[in-house]
Write a protein of this length. Structure first.
Length: 296
């Protein structure tokens, strides 16, 4: 069974800003592997840099001697740095020292995923080689104003959108867990559309609907008695007339209707919720909640 990147089973502890014993072991093991990989990479770079320096001094490397010496020294220097540090980034250091008493940081905000292709930059620099596999890409998660450099598994496991809460090792960029806690905020265009819908149809919250229902008819017979008459929706420019014979006229259409109880009607076989208060009612549809007022 593949390891879960963002384990749901650990969220109860993580919400208390604590790590589970399994997470502590996994982080320490990951830090050990990262150190070994960093040391190995440092050794190889040091050898490559030393061979390039030696070949340049011996005259076996074509091209500019000064340029070859500079490149060889730079590669060897990076190798020495990795050997000394063993690739211990902030995330690796934080993972190495975790314990059951570690207090996690939390970050909340909209999530955005970013995948950066390194091949165009390599082509621009005249590399002449194709970067293959995951080495071709950098994967990033943007959360709450911060950018996290992650691997492909974490990138693919992260939500595509929405508001998330990230659990992070203190003083590092090491993501421990992630959960989606809400929908993405509306775009400016969507926000404008929502505001326009409110202007047209009125804004009715679930609490207001519940209040209207509580104050309105409490039986099917009472709802039927209240609805009979003519009603108008300013937003739609639509008039409806509920008739005592069980029909309702809406524009050029005539449909059958019946009251099911104090807050539900059925029109043309479709059940819809309705909340009546005084000379107004709100009809809850799959789209907006439509507000109607009585025509005297």
């Amino acid at each position: 069974m593949a390891e879960e990147i963002f384990p749901a089973s650990a969220l109860a502890e993580n919400r208390q800003r604590r790590l589970t014993p399994e997470q502590v072991k996994a982080l320490q093991a990951d830090a050990k592997v990262s150190k070994q990989s960093g040391g190995t990479a440092g050794l190889w770079l040091l050898l490559v840099g030393a061979l390039l320096l030696g070949g340049t001094i011996a005259g076996r490397v074509p091209g500019s001697k000064l340029q070859s010496l500079a490149v060889g020294a730079a590669i060897a220097g990076i190798g020495v740095f990795l050997l000394i540090s063993q690739g211990r980034t902030r995330g690796v250091v934080a993972s190495e020292i975790v314990s059951g008493s570690t207090i996690l940081d939390t970050i909340e905000g909209p999530i955005r995923r970013e995948q950066y292709d390194r091949q165009p930059a390599a082509d621009l620099l005249g590399s002449g080689r194709n970067i293959r596999g995951d080495a071709r890409y950098h994967f990033y998660l943007h959360i709450g104003g911060r950018r996290f450099d992650v691997g492909r598994p974490a990138y693919e496991a992260a939500p595509h959108d929405g508001v998330v809460r990230a659990y992070v090792l203190p003083d590092s960029d090491r993501l421990v867990n992630l959960e989606r806690i809400g929908d993405a905020p509306p775009t400016p265009i969507a926000a404008q559309a929502q505001e326009r819908m409110k202007q047209l149809f009125g804004s009715t919250t679930p609490e207001q609907l519940a209040s209207m229902s509580a104050a309105g008819p409490q039986s099917a017979a009472a709802l039927r008695q209240v609805l009979i008459g003519r009603w108008h929706s300013q937003g739609l420019g639509l008039s409806m007339e509920f008739r005592a014979d069980g029909t309702v006229a809406a524009g050029d259409e005539t449909k059958r209707w019946e009251a099911l109880d104090g807050s539900r009607i059925r029109m043309d076989g479709q059940e819809q919720r309705i909340a009546v208060q005084g000379d107004a009612f709100v009809l809850v549809t799959q789209g907006p909640a439509l507000r109607f007022t009585r025509i005297p």
